[in-house]
Design a protein around this ligand. Structure first.
Ligand code: TYM
Length: 332
């Protein structure tokens, strides 16, 4: 079985629709066909200030949501990044292979740091993509299911893997991004020119999966479209409508072309009302399943303990090989 690996940050509140459609939904599907490793990346989370109690709660909440979304600990390895110390260890090695200029070209860093100002931006945020490289290479992942915004980090992963392999001998698998065309980038419902995100979206344009379903339905019904009335998939001229069509297509399993036909001659309101209902149908059970996992922290912790053990077995082997190639003296 080919291997996949991916990660998600433990954010406050809940995952948003972009996280789910762009990444987590694919994680669920891939656990059936791949040897799958998925983690909550708490080491990445501390690149910005975190309150300890909140971080702990948000990490549990992230795991509960992943289980509610359909990850099955019998079908995949689900773990928390800080439980596997090899991430930080290989991260250091990768830092020493990365050019300063190369790291400076990462667009996500440029976006995030420009919003914070240089005094509040940490060196951790700067080397964040390099830690992500280590995350992926430790598991010799063949594919990495993510949204479009992570593509550059996977390219960096390939570059560093090649660099290590050519200098020190074949060690790491070169991973491919696994990004779906339709949902690789879900847009803000109020401003379809920007991606949906916790930091950049307007509150009304951001669909949080754990919001009251009524709030979600309202956000969908008041999504921005355009002054035209035709329901047609055209991301350049009709980004708002196209975003809604992509979301609806994924939630219903109907191809976009079929939806276009269904809505021929209808107004935007029809599409929005239907999509609001589809969203409510999705988030209502998702919310209660998440709550169910949160109510049972012992089960959650035991899932994570098993996950960490399985992950460590793989990560430790890769790290030992890398250390040996580098020329570190064995500890024994
Ligand atoms: P994070 O936590 O920001 O986002 C988790 C996943 O959600 C995707 N995503 C989106 N997809 C479509 N449309 C959107 N609007 C949207 N917003 C977010 C992201 O692309 C991501 O796949 N650096 C990563 C976490 C990470 C990781 C890794 C991923 C750490 N190590 C190793 C893969 C492999 C991040 O911050 O994702």
């Amino acid at each position: 079985r080919p291997r996949v690996l991916s990660g998600i940050q433990p954010t406050a509140g809940s995952f948003h629709l972009g996280n789910y459609l762009g990444a987590v939904r694919q994680w669920v599907a891939l656990q059936e066909t791949h040897d799958a490793f998925y983690m909550v990346v708490d080491l990445h989370a501390i690149t910005v200030p975190q309150d300890p109690a909140a971080l702990r709660a948000n990490t549990r909440l992230a795991v509960a949501q992943l289980l509610a979304a359909g990850l099955d600990p019998d079908r995949c390895t689900l773990f928390v990044q800080s439980h596997v110390p090899e991430h930080a260890q290989l991260g250091w090695v990768m830092n020493c292979l990365t050019g300063f200029g190369e790291a400076s070209r990462m667009t996500q860093f440029k976006d995030k740091s420009s919003k914070q100002g240089s005094d509040r931006t940490t060196v951790g945020l700067f080397t964040y993509p390099v830690l992500q490289v280590a995350d992926i290479l430790l598991y010799q992942a063949n594919q990495v299911p993510v949204g479009e915004d992570q593509r550059q980090h996977i390219e960096l992963t390939r570059d560093l893997a090649e660099r290590f392999n050519s200098r020190l001998g074949e060690t790491f698998t070169l991973p491919e991004p696994y990004i779906l065309k339709e949902t690789g980038k879900i847009y803000d419902l109020q401003d379809p020119s920007v991606k949906m995100s916790k930091s950049a979206s307007t509150p009304k344009g951001l669909v949080n999966l754990l919001d009251d379903p009524k709030v979600t339905a309202k956000k969908v019904r008041s999504a921005v479209t355009d002054t035209d009335t035709v329901i047609r998939f055209d991301p350049v001229d009709k980004p708002g409508v196209s975003n809604l069509l992509s979301i609806s297509s994924t939630l219903t399993g109907k191809p976009v072309a079929e939806l276009e036909k269904e809505y021929e001659g209808k107004m935007y309101g029809a599409l929005k009302t239907d999509l609001a209902e589809q969203m409510v149908e999705f988030v209502t059970p998702f919310r209660s399943r998440t709550q169910g996992y949160l109510d049972d922290p012992e089960t959650l912790d035991s899932i994570l303990a098993k996950g960490a053990e399985k992950a460590r077995a793989v990560a430790a082997e890769t790290l030992a090989q890398a250390y040996d190639r580098i020329g570190f003296l064995p500890a024994k």
